[in-house]
Design a protein around this ligand. Structure first.
Ligand SMILES: [Zn+2]
Ligand SMILES: [Zn+2]
Length: 209
């Protein structure tokens, strides 16, 4: 399995490229910006994007989706509860003081318990609201077990809940009931900052004690 992580845009959102090196199929998660760099990685590994997935609809995670969809023809997937947020990309851009990126149609809404198959990769969708109503985490089971959790959980911290639709109560429930149930060794790839593990956050994260 190929897993490349590249920080994109001014807020350094961790965009992930997951690929099956045998079939050449790939999923791009949270292409917030720097689509040229994303494309260089796709070319380097000879990958073809099948799906573009947004862990949630904040501009730093979705700003480049329209551009990447145009050049790859890949299907765009996100949770329906963040659609309103996605459609307000112009307002989000204004807050950040950046030009408004293009907005595209969502091809498929993700639901809790869905599986997204791409070559030999299988991504299980966990609905983990709290940072935003439609925040999802992606779980890859098996020998490459890992979770891409967007802005829900960070190394030593949790996502902010003071933005539109956020809830501290919900984010703590999501982390406890949906993420901390995985084994200690499970790798966790947050939407910003360094990689961690479930065990590390269970033991040391001050928000979870
Ligand atoms: Zn966010
Ligand atoms: Zn973010």
């Amino acid at each position: 399995m190929i897993h490349e992580i590249l920080p994109v845009g001014m807020l350094a959102c961790n965009c992930s490229v997951l690929g099956d090196e045998t079939t050449g199929d790939a999923v791009v998660i949270d292409p917030g910006d720097d689509i040229r760099h994303v494309q260089q990685i796709l070319t380097k590994h000879n990958l073809r994007v099948k799906y573009i997935i947004a862990t949630h609809a904040h501009i730093d995670h979705v700003g480049g989706i329209e551009k990447l969809k145009q050049t790859t023809g890949a299907a765009v997937l996100m949770h329906e509860s963040d659609l309103a947020l996605y459609q307000k990309l112009a307002v989000q851009a204004e807050w950040l003081g950046v030009p408004t990126p293009g907005v595209t149609d969502i091809d498929q809404f993700l639901n809790d318990g869905d599986s997204v198959h791409c070559g030999s990769l299988n991504l299980e969708i966990l609905h983990t609201p709290g940072h935003s109503p439609g925040s999802v985490s992606l779980h890859l089971p098996g020998e490459n077990e890992r979770i891409l959790c967007g802005d829900t959980l960070f190394q030593g911290s949790i996502g902010r809940t003071d933005l539109w639709g956020g809830s501290l109560d919900e984010i703590l429930k999501s982390i406890r009931n949906r993420l901390l149930v995985f084994p200690d060794g499970t790798l966790v790839f947050p939407g910003h900052g360094p990689t961690t593990t479930i065990g590390e956050e269970r033991r040391r994260n001050p928000f979870l004690q």
